[in-house]
Write a protein that binds this ligand. Sequence first.
Ligand SMILES: [Zn+2]
Length: 181
Amino acid sequence: MGADGYPVLIDAETFQSVQSRLQKKWGDHTRRDCPVSALRETLRCSCGGHLKRWFSSVHKTDTLYLRCAECGGEVVIPDADLLAEVEQQAAEYTPPTVSASYTPSEEVVRLSNAINRGLEKPERPEDVVALILQGISTRYACFETPEASPDTQRLIKEKAYAQAIKYITITAENGVTVTFK
Ligand SMILES: [Zn+2]
C-alpha cells in the first residue's frame, strides 16, 4: 500500500527513472529551443514590420523561417547564426552615456530678473526670499531626468537577452542588427 492507502501501481524506483528520463528529454528540448523562442517577439524586418514564424513540413527544425507581417518579405536564418550574432553584439554592447542637460526656461529667466530687481530694492525681503525659493524649484525643473531604463548591461551579463533586447532587425541577406534597450 502506498500513501493515502491506495495500492502502489508503480514502485518508487521505476517512477524516479521515468521522471528523470522525461526531465532529460524535455530539459534537452528546452535548452535547444528556448533561446531563439525567447527572442521571437523582437524580430523585425528591415522595413520595420514584425517577422512572424511560419511552418511547413520541409522546414529544418534548427532554422527560423520568418515572414514580414508588413511587406511579406521572407527571411530564412539558422538558429545558431542568429544566436551567434546576438552573442557577439551583446559582447560589444557599450551603454550610452547618460548626461543631464540644463536649459534655463523663460520662467527661470523671468524669476532671475525679478530676484535681481528685488535685491536692488529690498523693501520687502520676504517677497525676495519667496522669489528665490520659486527660482530654485524652477531651475531644478529644467534638468531633464533621464528616462528610467532597465539595466541592460546587467541583463546582458545574465544572458537575459529577451529582456535586454529592444528588437533585432534581420535583412533578407541575413544581416542581423541587434538593438538593445
Ligand atoms: Zn518587411
